[in-house]
Design a protein around this ligand. Structure first.
Ligand code: TMP
Length: 211
């Protein structure tokens, strides 16, 4: 019998938007529906990717280097983990993916869209997430949520202009692909957000059992 390919879900948003609060919950919701799930993240998700993550979050580097290392970690993640899981019928829930490179390196660091598109074409020309949840939050609230709890990493320490560009790029990406993106108002309560996510997951699960 032919295995149905798994679905690929990604979570995006500026730092402090609160997406990570919902990751484990979303994976558990799918497991309750009888769907095998792999929960993972970028940069990271593999032993090499996690080492690259540590470097990326702590070490100053040229912006081109940063983009290349993001895609190096992504390539390893795709080849060893994401692609095999999807082929086996496992659903992959990933905390960030290439949209983050468009938003952070392309717009935040002002590297431009063309370079990120070229890397995307090289590393995953035919794979896009089936669904992307964009947690959208005004920058003042995001910043408040971020500070206080722990030491900030190299990205979280960026200024308001950086995050204005990053958030703007996420809005543009969502506008370009309205059927892939679900924009979530991250200022709502955790319960209200989960209601919205639950409806979406149920719909995705139904549509994939039909196809
Ligand atoms: P996280 O805090 O959501 O785990 O993500 C780590 C940081 O890495 C976050 O500040 C966004 C950044 N990032 C990029 O700049 N480009 C990328 O392609 C990815 C995946 C993450």
């Amino acid at each position: 019998m032919k295995t149905t390919r798994g679905r690929f879900l990604t979570l995006e948003g500026v730092d402090g938007a609160g997406k990570s609060t919902h990751l484990e919950w979303a994976a558990e919701h799918l497991r309750q529906l009888g769907i095998p799930v792999l929960l993972t993240r970028e940069p990271g998700g593999t032993p090499l990717g996690e080492r690259l993550r540590e470097i990326l979050l702590s070490t100053p580097m040229a912006l081109e280097t940063e983009a290349l290392l993001m895609f190096a970690a992504r390539c390893e993640h795709l080849r060893t983990t994401i692609e095999p899981a999807l082929a086996q019928g496992t659903w992959v829930v990933c905390d960030r993916f290439t949209d983050a490179s468009f938003a952070y390196q392309g717009a935040g660091r002002e590297l431009g869209t063309a370079r990120i598109k070229a890397l995307q074409q090289w590393v995953h020309p035919n794979l896009q997430p089936d669904r992307t949840w964009l947690f959208d939050l005004d920058l003042g609230t995001a910043r408040q949520r971020m500070t206080g709890s722990r030491d900030l990493d190299r990205f979280e320490r960026e200024d308001a202009a950086f995050f204005t560009r990053t958030r703007g790029a996420y809005h543009q990406l969502a506008q370009n692909e309205p059927s892939r993106f679900l924009v979530i108002d991250a200022s709502q309560s955790i319960e209200a957000i989960r209601d919205e996510l639950g409806v979406d997951l149920d719909r995705l699960a139904r549509s994939s059992s039909i196809s």
